[in-house]
Design a protein around this ligand. Structure first.
Ligand code: MLT
Length: 289
């Protein structure tokens, strides 16, 4: 029998992947993909809020949290392949992918490459643009700084950009959790992932092909992938919804979980309606109407 709970381990093609799997096994699955350089624990507010009605799974991308780092060079394509292998191993069919930032890059690439595998997409604080040459150069400088000055200093610098100004007084616990997530990542994984992010291809020209329901969310004060980047995706994805989350920067789900969860649950309702309509139709057919 398949286990559920927190910090489970599964071996996927020789790589040990750590994941949380909660909620009823036969319910619609929501599969959460974290941002850089965080881990699956960034989704705890969403898992708590959804697990009664949905199967909620959050996993650690290789080199993050408690998953193995592996030996390959990192790329968004490798992270997408890992996601598909993880889904296969756990027999997850047609999940709704919810990715934040780097998790959004992975979710978008997966949905574009394997559209038949996914029921819906939630894209939070992410974008379809590739890195500019300036952004690539900054990532290379960051890699050098991490090698030279260590992960702790890198964590302090990144935190300044990840949160909205008001989070520094209101969300101290979340800031401390994020600091722990960053310092728990090795310098090597940080560097490999920064390189993968700098090399990623843009997906803007492919967004018109997405046919599944899409919700885009963005923190109003997101400095890394600002509302204008979310708006660009919204214009290109037919029928997508966009919600700007107040009192939040780049980590909208952590900084304003109440609003984030409200928008997420509202979006998810459309997936509950289908089985209900089917059940009603079946009931009517059985009773001879
Ligand atoms: C993230 O939160 O995943 C990163 O900010 C993504 C990026 O740097 O492009």
């Amino acid at each position: 029998m398949q286990s559920t709970g927190k910090n489970l381990k599964i071996v996927v093609d020789n790589l040990t992947v750590s994941y949380d799997d909660e909620g009823p096994l036969d319910a619609q699955t929501i599969l959460f993909i974290h941002g850089f350089p965080l881990n699956k624990s960034m989704w705890e507010h969403q898992i708590e809020s959804l697990k009664e009605n949905y199967r909620v799974i959050a996993y650690d991308i290789r080199g993050h949290g408690s998953s193995d780092a592996g030996k390959e060079n990192y790329s968004i394509d490798l992270f997408v392949a890992d996601l598909l292998r993880f889904m296969d191993t756990l027999h997850i069919t047609k999940p709704i992918l919810c990715g934040l930032s780097m998790g959004g890059y992975i979710a978008l690439n997966a949905a574009i490459k394997y559209p038949e595998h996914f029921a819906g997409l939630v894209l939070s604080d992410t974008q379809c643009l590739a890195d500019s040459s300036d952004a690539k150069r900054k990532r290379m400088n960051t890699i050098e700084n991490i090698q030279e000055h260590g992960v702790e200093i890198y964590a302090e610098v990144s935190i300044k950009n990840l949160f909205s100004s008001e989070s520094f007084t209101k969300n101290k616990k979340e800031i401390s959790q994020v600091r722990d997530m960053i310092v728990g990542t090795t310098a090597q994984s940080l560097s490999y992932t920064l390189f993968a992010l700098s090399e990623r291809k843009g997906t803007c020209s492919k967004l018109q092909d997405i046919e599944i329901p899409v919700l885009i969310m963005v923190g109003k004060e997101d400095k890394i992938t600002p509302p204008v980047a979310a708006q660009l995706m919204h214009e290109k994805i037919q029928g997508s919804q966009i919600k700007v989350i107040d009192h939040a920067g780049h980590l909208a789900n952590l900084e304003n979980p109440v609003e984030f969860n409200y928008q997420l649950k509202s979006f998810l309702q459309q997936f509950d309606e289908k089985p209900l309509a089917l059940t009603l139709a079946r009931g009517l057919a059985l009773s001879g109407y």
